[in-house]
Design a protein around this ligand. Structure first.
Ligand SMILES: [Zn+2]
Length: 148
């Protein structure tokens, strides 16, 4: 099925939570603290073990990048802060591998879409996703041995 939206950006995020935070508690937070109702922050969320959970159909807008959501597919990994709440790239190898595979798949589906980090958008003051996306994409080599 064709997506009625024009996807210009594949945007990477972190949930800005400790790595062991459950998906359920993140969703509860969105709903109860931020009042987001049933619109999730991201289309896909990647758990510590590399499992990819789809929260929203790609034809719908999620709530990831202020003023750009209509053109974005938003992907987040669970994590992004350390015990003190400081921004850190604490993705597991399984998360990186899953993220990379998902980006490859979406880039194939939406040719011309650019993969960016949330912080790469103008005016964004947060550290999200807590790593340099362009640099990571250029240098990432999946460690296949760790996945067996
Ligand atoms: Zn973000």
């Amino acid at each position: 099925m064709n997506n009625p939206r024009t996807i210009k950006y594949i945007v990477l995020h972190c949930t800005a939570t400790p790595v062991n935070t459950s998906l359920e508690s993140i969703q509860r937070y969105w709903k109860e603290q931020r009042g987001w109702g049933d619109t999730p922050g991201y289309h896909y969320i990647i758990k510590r073990n590399g499992a990819i959970i789809q929260l929203l159909d790609e034809s719908k807008n999620s709530d990831g990048v202020y003023a750009h959501n209509s053109a974005c597919i938003n992907i987040a990994f669970i994590g992004g802060v350390d015990k003190e709440g400081k921004a850190v790239d604490n993705r597991s190898e399984a998360q990186q591998h899953a993220m990379f595979g998902l980006i490859v798949r979406l880039s194939d589906k939406y040719p011309g879409a650019e993969t960016l980090g949330h912080r790469d958008f103008p005016g964004v003051k947060k550290a999200c996703p807590c790593f340099d996306v362009k640099n990571w994409l250029k240098n990432y080599e999946p460690d296949l041995s760790s996945l067996r």
